[in-house]
Design a protein around this ligand. Structure first.
Ligand code: KIV
Length: 271
């Protein structure tokens, strides 16, 4: 039973208190009003308006094409659907790398125009200036280390990161730095479980894993994967709770058959 279920609004303080109390944090993505309402009503702690919208909503192969305006559109739709969850929004590719003033402008637009509660961005030391500038404006920032999909063309593949000692050492260093400068949380994507545990023990802020094992402070999944809408994606870390692709397809097939046979609408379904 959750000690934090009755919390009216999840804040960065709630998340830290959850880590300190040893209670796991639940995080899921959402990109629209209707899904956000369901996920929030179910009691999720954090909703991520992920740039994975580029894949699952827009059908792009990578997260790179999605724009700041599109992220704001998704985020404002999500914010209108929630009552309790903390809403964090991905800064899209190109909006924060290499220019901390541009990063702050992008983060301010997200906060002002969507009503979200914080932003997430990918990377460690190389984006430190951007993170510090955003934090200095009072905007909560979440880090993201390990597999960082905005750098897919640098990595070349979506395989597990930081298996080698050098990369693992750098990840630990980056995590320590992100926590020290004031990030309220760090997403750890596709890294060995032992490294997920090490980072979690090292940093003060909560760690949220996706393919980072069970000894992190919370877990995140893309909602379309969890409910089985994205049927061709089968990473080891994914647990599917529904096969909605088949359910929706079946419902649509039944509807088409009913329309063709004139079974729909029947007498009770008309005026
Ligand atoms: O964009 C996204 O959905 C993410 C999660 C995979 C953590 O960043």
């Amino acid at each position: 039973m959750s000690k934090f279920k009755e919390v009216k609004r999840v804040t960065t303080h709630t998340m830290k208190a959850m880590k300190d109390a040893g209670e796991k944090i639940g995080m899921l993505t959402a990109y629209d009003f209707s899904m956000a309402r369901i996920v929030d009503d179910a009691g999720i702690d954090i909703i991520l308006v992920g740039d994975s919208a580029s894949n699952v909503m827009a059908g792009h192969e990578t997260t790179l094409p999605i724009t700041l305006d599109q992220m704001i559109y998704h985020a404002s739709s999500v914010v209108r659907g929630i009552k309790r969850a903390f809403v964090v929004v991905d800064l899209p590719f190109g909006s924060y790398q290499g220019d901390s003033k541009a990063a702050l402008r992008a983060a301010i637009r997200i906060m002002k125009e969507s009503g979200a509660h914080g932003v997430k961005l990918e990377g460690g030391e190389e984006v430190r200036d951007s993170i510090e500038r955003i934090l200095s404006a009072g905007i909560p920032v979440m880090g993201h280390l390990g597999l960082t999909p905005q750098s897919i063309y640098k990595f070349g593949t979506y395989t597990v990161r930081a298996k080698e000692e050098e990369e693992a050492k750098q990840l630990l260093k980056d995590a320590k730095m992100l926590s020290k400068i004031g990030c309220f949380g760090i997403v750890l994507e596709k890294i060995p479980a032992v490294l997920g545990k090490q980072v979690t023990e090292l940093v003060k802020c909560p760690t949220i894993g996706i393919g980072a094992g069970n000894e992190v402070d919370g877990q995140v999944l893309v909602i379309h994967d969890l409910i089985g809408i994205s049927k061709d994606f089968h990473p080891r870390f994914l647990r599917r709770y529904l096969d909605l692709y088949a359910e929706i397809k079946g419902a649509v097939e039944s509807y088409i058959a009913d329309v063709k046979s004139t079974d729909f609408p029947n007498e009770k379904e008309q005026y």
